[in-house]
Design a protein around this ligand. Structure first.
Ligand code: RET
Length: 237
């Protein structure tokens, strides 16, 4: 198969359709009760993922030729994320919420938003890295960075608000862990810009070693802090 203009046109149809669909879900969903809003978030997340995937495919990104056939990698990234979320929406309908569960479900919307923004950050970062054209690369980088800001904004806003209900010790523990995470995570896009993926200002050796140290701090040291202090803090499970 060839990527003809008809193929590209259909990919743009997919893109605009998903974009309009997302807006409609938002508008219609704004009438739902707060306790049901998580359905709106889930549905919007699903169509937003597809919007991003279609945009990439319409720009000929993430399409690899394997054994003479086009493989649309963006489709698989889309499906691997959206199919579990579609099943989750149905599962949540099938298991009706009791009184306490209803509160928990409101949080599903918040959890899903943070995780969705995080996934968008990584996937669009990959697309930026795969871009051969500077405009495309900038577009994906900015989108990735916006998603990063959404993660930070949610974590410092509603999630931290929630943590204030914990005891003083637990709240402090949460804030310390969050600040540690924020400082480390901010370095990733800086290295990305300075390294081979961006302006090539540092050597590959420097890039790889900084990422390695960052990964160790963000995963191993983070985990160690977590288990070290968790046992001393009350009201955290
Ligand atoms: C990219 C480039 C595009 C802009 C942004 C980025 C952020 C990446 C982050 C990665 C965090 C990785 C962690 C790994 C754990 O081991 C994709 C580099 C904002 C924040 C914590």
């Amino acid at each position: 198969m060839q990527i003809t203009s008809a193929v590209t046109n259909w990919l743009w149809v997919g893109f605009f359709g998903m974009l309009v669909g997302t807006a409609l879900i938002y508008l219609i969903g704004s009438k739902l009760k707060q306790s049901q809003k998580y359905h709106v978030y889930l549905a919007m997340i699903i169509t937003s993922i597809a919007t991003i995937a279609y945009y990439a495919m319409a720009n000929n990104q993430g399409i690899f030729i394997v054994s003479g056939k086009e493989v649309f990698a963006a489709r698989y990234i889309d499906w691997v994320l959206t199919t579990p979320l579609l099943l989750l929406s149905l599962l949540l309908i099938a298991f009706p919420a009791g009184k306490d569960a209803a509160k928990l479900r409101e949080k599903v919307g918040l959890f899903a938003t943070v995780i969705f923004a995080d996934i968008v950050m990584i996937v669009t970062g990959l697309f930026a890295n795969l871009s051969s054209n500077t405009n495309n690369q900038r577009f994906w980088f900015v989108l990735s960075f916006i998603a990063f800001l959404v993660v930070i904004w949610q974590m410092y806003g509603p999630v931290r608000e929630q943590a204030k209900n914990l005891g003083a010790g637990a709240n402090k523990f949460f804030t310390n862990m969050l600040t540690y995470l924020l400082v480390l995570w901010f370095i990733y896009p800086i290295v990305w810009l300075l390294g081979t993926s961006g302006y090539d200002k540092i050597s590959l050796g420097a890039e790889v070693s900084i990422y390695a140290v960052l990964d160790l701090c963000a995963k191993a040291v983070f985990g160690i802090f977590l288990v070290l202090y968790m046992k001393d803090v009350k009201n955290v499970e």
